[in-house]
Design a protein around this ligand. Structure first.
Ligand code: NAI
Length: 296
């Protein structure tokens, strides 16, 4: 199966951490990208984040100035979904909430052409359930990028029970054409990576809640001793505790409350306090001039 042609327009819904990264990838691959978010200010900050990253690459000599400018010019902010009705691929990266995502796909299905492909960047939710209720459930698949999307090679292409094989294969080929390393996965809770990673995050948070080690100590052990690119707390602070907690809760519930996937009460408290990580300036660590360790 061939990848989507470069003339196919891509609509990205949600201009936050993931959506802006995904828009950047598609635009760099040559697609015209519509960037939409329910909050107008997020569209502006999402596009600014793309600009910042492209400038960083230019500064490092990894991208020509002209290519950076052309990439940014291909990212078109839109304030209504109706402006993107000629898109052939719609990728959502909005809040991790099944009902909100289902509602969005119902709306998109009514707007976009019959041959359009719908993709969800969900970290954990069932693609089968997300597609149920659509008139064309076979056109929906998961396309799960990792954070930060422009840097991370892996992409999970997730097929629900109704996903047409041609749709999954087209997304697989497209992700490869975009310079990624795609893998096929089935619509099981958390798919592959987020299923395996749940007990890892949970155990690290338990170590912290039991005052067994300082966050920086545990991060250093995993990074320097075990070869992880980032320690678990650095990683969750980057992902966002709200996102990480929502994913853990959804995997836990989907596995019929199997204790192996139990969410952390400490993390629930962090979310309640608005200590979401880098995006709010404080999570496990504080972010400012000096990173100060936080106490559980
Ligand atoms: P984020 O909070 O940075 O961005 C989400 C954006 O979606 C916000 O700008 C918000 O205004 C917008 N939004 C929310 N509901 C909307 C709606 N109904 N219509 C239009 N826009 C809406 O979230 P983030 O981190 O980018 O996550 C987005 C999705 O990607 C989630 O499903 C998450 O599970 C998934 N994901 C997150 C990763 C991470 O490390 N943060 C990694 C891989 C997947």
């Amino acid at each position: 199966m061939k990848e989507l042609g470069k003339d196919v327009r891509v609509l990205v819904i949600g201009a936050g951490a993931m959506g802006s990264g995904i828009a950047q990838i598609a635009a760099r691959a040559g697609h015209t990208v519509y960037l939409y978010d329910g909050r107008a200010e997020a569209i502006v900050s999402g596009r600014a984040a793309i600009d910042k990253d492209l400038r960083f690459l230019v500064g490092k000599g990894r991208l020509a100035e002209a290519e950076a400018a052309a990439t940014l010019a291909r990212v078109l902010p839109v304030t209504t979904l109706g402006e993107a009705r000629d898109a052939g691929l719609a990728i959502e990266a909005i809040v991790e909430d099944m009902e909100v995502k289902r509602q969005l796909f119902r709306e998109l299905e009514a707007l976009l052409g019959e041959q359009a492909i719908f993709a969800s960047n969900t970290s954990s939710l069932s693609i089968t359930a997300m597609a149920a209720g659509l008139a064309r459930p076979g056109r929906l698949a998961g396309l799960h990028f990792f954070n930060p999307a422009p840097r991370m090679a892996l992409v999970e292409v997730i097929s629900g029970l109704s996903t047409e094989r041609a749709v999954a294969e087209c997304l697989h080929a497209t992700a490869r054409a975009w310079g990624k390393t795609p893998v096929h996965a089935a619509s099981t809770p958390g798919f592959i990576v987020n299923r395996v990673a749940r007990p890892y995050y949970a155990e690290a948070l338990r170590v912290l809640a039991e005052h067994e080690a300082e966050p920086a100590t545990l991060d250093a052990i995993l990074r320097e001793g075990c070869g992880f690119a980032m320690g678990p707390f650095e990683l969750i602070d980057m992902i966002g505790h709200d996102v990480n907690f929502a994913v853990t809760k959804s995997v836990f519930e989907a596995y019929f409350c199997d204790r192996r996937y139990a969410p952390s009460q400490f993390q629930q408290e962090l979310v309640a306090a608005g200590r979401l990580g880098r995006k709010t300036g404080r999570g496990i660590y504080e972010y400012g001039e000096m990173a100060v360790k936080a106490q559980p």
